[in-house]
Design a protein. Structure first.
Length: 72
Protein backbone atom coordinates (compact mmCIF):
# COMPACT_ATOMS: atom_id res chain seq x y z
CA UNK A 1 0.00 0.00 0.00
CA UNK A 2 1.52 3.29 -1.09
CA UNK A 3 0.36 6.13 1.11
CA UNK A 4 2.23 9.02 -0.51
CA UNK A 5 2.00 7.92 -4.14
CA UNK A 6 0.36 11.11 -5.36
CA UNK A 7 1.03 11.86 -8.98
CA UNK A 8 0.50 15.16 -10.74
CA UNK A 9 -3.07 14.17 -11.60
CA UNK A 10 -4.01 13.23 -8.05
CA UNK A 11 -3.34 16.52 -6.26
CA UNK A 12 -6.41 17.87 -4.53
CA UNK A 13 -6.78 21.58 -3.97
CA UNK A 14 -7.67 22.45 -0.42
CA UNK A 15 -8.21 25.74 1.31
CA UNK A 16 -8.16 26.44 5.03
CA UNK A 17 -11.42 27.05 6.85
CA UNK A 18 -12.13 30.13 8.92
CA UNK A 19 -11.42 28.13 12.07
CA UNK A 20 -8.16 26.85 10.59
CA UNK A 21 -6.99 30.36 9.79
CA UNK A 22 -7.92 31.43 13.32
CA UNK A 23 -5.93 28.53 14.76
CA UNK A 24 -2.90 29.50 12.67
CA UNK A 25 -3.15 33.14 13.76
CA UNK A 26 -3.39 32.14 17.43
CA UNK A 27 -0.45 29.77 16.94
CA UNK A 28 1.65 32.57 15.48
CA UNK A 29 0.75 34.84 18.39
CA UNK A 30 1.79 32.12 20.84
CA UNK A 31 5.06 31.65 18.93
CA UNK A 32 5.71 35.39 18.95
CA UNK A 33 4.98 35.56 22.68
CA UNK A 34 7.33 32.62 23.27
CA UNK A 35 10.15 34.40 21.47
CA UNK A 36 9.56 37.68 23.31
CA UNK A 37 9.24 36.21 26.81
CA UNK A 38 11.51 33.18 26.57
CA UNK A 39 8.92 31.15 28.45
CA UNK A 40 9.50 27.42 27.91
CA UNK A 41 5.82 26.58 28.39
CA UNK A 42 4.93 28.87 25.49
CA UNK A 43 7.57 27.18 23.32
CA UNK A 44 6.06 23.80 24.22
CA UNK A 45 2.54 25.05 23.45
CA UNK A 46 3.69 26.51 20.13
CA UNK A 47 5.41 23.25 19.18
CA UNK A 48 2.31 21.21 19.98
CA UNK A 49 0.09 23.60 18.01
CA UNK A 50 2.39 23.42 14.97
CA UNK A 51 2.49 19.62 15.19
CA UNK A 52 -1.32 19.62 15.04
CA UNK A 53 -1.16 21.71 11.86
CA UNK A 54 1.36 19.35 10.24
CA UNK A 55 -0.55 16.22 11.31
CA UNK A 56 -3.80 17.69 10.00
CA UNK A 57 -2.22 18.46 6.64
CA UNK A 58 -0.72 14.99 6.25
CA UNK A 59 -3.89 13.18 7.31
CA UNK A 60 -6.11 15.28 5.05
CA UNK A 61 -3.77 14.66 2.11
CA UNK A 62 -3.97 10.91 2.74
CA UNK A 63 -7.76 10.99 3.02
CA UNK A 64 -8.24 13.12 -0.09
CA UNK A 65 -5.92 10.91 -2.13
CA UNK A 66 -8.22 7.92 -1.54
CA UNK A 67 -11.36 9.59 -2.88
CA UNK A 68 -12.69 8.25 -6.16
CA UNK A 69 -15.30 10.22 -8.08
CA UNK A 70 -17.44 8.64 -10.77
CA UNK A 71 -20.49 9.74 -12.72
CA UNK A 72 -23.50 7.51 -13.31
Amino acid sequence: MKIFSLGKDNWARTSPTREGVGFLVISLFVGFAAINTGNNLLYLTFGIMMSFVVASGILSMIDLSRIEVSMK
